[in-house]
Design a protein around this ligand. Structure first.
Ligand code: SF4
Length: 392
C-alpha cells in the first residue's frame, strides 16, 4: 500500500513540476510563438549561454529509420528534490525518447540540453535540420558514463529516505537501451546498496530483460516498476503514441514482472478526455492489469503545457476533429482539466478499482487519496459507473 501511494505521489509530482517548468518557459516562448516558432531574437539570446561554441557531440550510431544516437558526457546524473521541486531523486540515462508520444511533457528537456550545448548554432547552420519537437524523438542523447558517475556520486545518506526514480523525463527502456544498456548498468550500480527505494517508469517490455537484476535488487531494496499504458486498444494507442510498444506487449511485461516477484503496477497516464476516459476502456485496462498480477492501478488526467500542446493539438485536429475546438478553447486557458472533470475521473477510477479488486492496495488507502487529489472530497462519494464526466 505504501508503495502504491508512493507511485501516485511520484506521478502527481512529475505533473506538478512539469506544470511549473512550462510556466517558466511559456512567458519567454509566447513572443516567439506569436512571430513564428523560432525567432532570430531567441537564437541570439540562446547563443549567450555557452561562452564559446562547444565541440559537436559525437554520433554513436545512426539507424535507417532516421534516429541518431549522440553521446552526451555528464558530470552529474542525480537530480535532487531541491533542483526539481519534486519529493524524490531522479535519474535519466537518455535525453529524448524515440517512442514519440504526442502528449509527452518531456519534450523541452531535449531542447534545453541542446541549447546549453550551443547546438542552436549548429541548427542555424543546417547541420541539424530537425525542429526541436522532432529532435526529441530522433536525436537521442546517450549519457554513456551515467553508471560510472552514479557510482561516484551516490550516497544513500544524501537520499534521506526519498525514492530514486529512473525515467522521469525519458523512457529508460526505449530502443536505445537495447544497444547501450545504461539503465541496466544503473541498476547494477544500485545493487551494491541496501535500503533504497527505487522506482522505474516505462512503457517498454524491454524492462523484463533486467528481471534478474531487479530480483537481486529487490532483496535488499524496495523496488517498484510502473508500466505506463493509456489504453488497451492498439489502434488507439498508435494514433497517440507513434512508436511505443503495443499494449499487449506491455501487459505481458507486467505479467512477467509480477510472476517474477517484482512489485509492479499500471500507470494509466495520461487519461485523455473524450478519448481514453470512457468507462469501458478504463475497465478493460483494469481487467487486463488484474490478469497481469498488477499490485495497483493509478491514473491521472491529461495536462497540456505549451510544448506538449504544440505537438498534441495538430494530431488531435487530424485524428479527433470533433474534439479539437473544445480542447483548443479549454487548454488555451489552463494546462489542466477542470476540477469537476478530475473529481468525476477520480470517482470513476475508484469505482473501477473496487470492481476489479484493487481495493486492498488502493481504494482503502486514505493516504493515497490525499495524494491523488488533496483538494477533492469527491473521492468519498459512492461509485457511479454510469456517470459521464463533463470533460472540458
Ligand atoms: S514514453 Fe514517456 S518519455 Fe517517451 S515519449 Fe512517451 S511519454 Fe515521453
Amino acid at each position: 500500500m505504501r508503495r502504491a501511494s508512493g507511485a501516485v505521489f511520484i506521478v502527481r509530482q512529475l505533473l506538478a513540476v512539469w506544470m511549473e517548468s512550462m510556466r517558466v518557459t511559456s512567458a519567454g516562448q509566447r513572443g516567439s510563438e506569436a512571430a513564428g516558432q523560432w525567432s532570430a531574437d531567441e537564437a541570439l539570446q540562446l547563443d549567450l549561454l555557452p561562452s564559446r561554441p562547444l565541440a559537436p557531440l559525437p554520433v554513436l550510431d545512426q539507424r535507417a529509420r532516421g534516429t541518431k544516437f549522440i553521446e552526451l558526457s555528464v558530470r552529474s546524473v542525480l537530480n535532487t528534490p531541491a533542483s526539481t521541486h519534486m519529493g524524490f531523486w531522479s535519474i535519466n540515462p537518455y535525453v529524448g525518447c524515440e517512442f514519440g508520444c504526442t502528449y509527452c511533457y518531456a519534450r523541452d528537456t531535449h531542447r534545453w540540453v541542446m541549447e546549453r550545448r550551443g547546438s542552436w548554432a549548429e541548427r542555424q547552420q543546417g547541420s541539424s535540420p530537425l525542429p526541436p519537437w522532432e529532435a526529441f524523438e530522433k536525436e537521442i542523447l546517450v549519457k554513456s558514463d551515467v553508471a560510472e558517475v552514479l557510482a561516484r556520486t551516490l550516497s544513500p545518506a544524501r537520499l534521506a529516505g526519498h525514492p530514486l526514480v529512473i525515467g522521469t523525463a525519458t523512457d529508460p527502456y526505449q530502443p536505445a537501451e537495447r544497444r547501450f544498456r545504461l539503465t541496466r548498468r544503473i541498476l547494477e550500480v544500485l545493487r551494491s546498496y541496501h535500503g533504497l527505494s527505487i522506482e522505474i517508469i516505462t512503457k517498454s517490455p524491454l524492462v523484463t530483460r533486467d528481471l534478474d537484476v531487479l530480483q537481486a535488487l529487490s532483496r535488499h531494496n524496495e523496488v517498484n516498476v510502473n508500466i505506463s499504458l493509456a489504453t488497451a486498444d492498439p489502434r488507439l494507442a498508435r494514433r497517440l503514441e507513434l512508436r511505443s510498444p503495443v499494449p499487449a506487449a506491455r501487459l505481458r511485461a507486467l505479467r512477467r514482472l509480477t510472476a517474477g516477484g517484482i512489485y509492479a503496477g499500471l500507470i494509466v497516464a495520461p487519461i485523455i478526455p473524450g478519448i481514453t476516459d470512457d468507462w469501458a476502456g478504463l475497465a478493460q485496462l483494469l481487467e487486463a492489469a488484474k490478469e497481469a498480477g498488477a499490485r495497483y492501478v493509478i491514473g491521472s488526467a491529461l495536462r497540456l503545457g505549451p510544448a506538449a500542446r504544440h505537438r498534441f493539438l495538430p494530431v488531435l485536429e487530424r485524428e479527433f476533429p470533433d474534439l479539437y475546438e473544445r480542447y483548443r478553447r479549454h487548454y488555451a486557458a489552463s494546462d489542466m482539466t477542470s476540477r469537476s472533470y478530475q473529481d468525476a475521473l477520480t470517482r470513476r477510477l475508484n469505482a473501477l478499482r473496487q470492481a476489479y479488486g484493487f481495493a486492498g492496495d488502493e481504494a482503502s488507502s486514505r493516504r493515497r487519496r490525499r495524494l491523488e487529489d488533496s483538494a477533492s472530497s469527491a473521492t468519498d462519494a459512492a461509485p457511479q459507473p454510469a456517470e459521464q464526466a463533463t470533460l472540458l
